[in-house]
Design a binder for this molecule. Sequence first.
Ligand code: CMP
Length: 138
Amino acid sequence: MERTLSILKPDITRRNLTGAVNEKIEKSGLRIIAQRRLRLSLEEAQKFYAVHKERSFFNDLCAFMTTGPIVAQVLEGENAVANYRNVMGATNPANADEGTIRREFAESIEANSVHGSDSQENAAIEIAFFFSELDIVG
Ligand code: CMP
């Protein structure tokens, strides 16, 4: 069993699509074992995305992530990191496969509906950013 950190981004909460995305997650076999709706401050968004701070899109990305509530989640399942990346689809929704969350819901490469950890190591770091062990009920 593996865990990964998922974020439903502000374009999802704005359009009232939290349940629609959760249905896709659960139908894929992943279990939502922790979930929290919150609004990030700019400082928190910059800290969460610090690995991207040299990228041209960093400022716009952090600003977008503060435009509305997000839903942070811990997902559990076999190969959860890789599986969730398949369920999400490619970062750019124009390249995302049919049936993926980003193909179905994303508005643009920035407003691309969901984030998922890219490795088990980052999953542990990102889960600890939002949740304590007490919040996670497997
Ligand atoms: P995410 O998985 O949250 O990780 C970083 C985010 O940066 C990514 O999804 C995109 O929403 C956003 N982003 C914006 N522009 C780009 C870009 N040109 N390349 C990669 N990611 C981008």
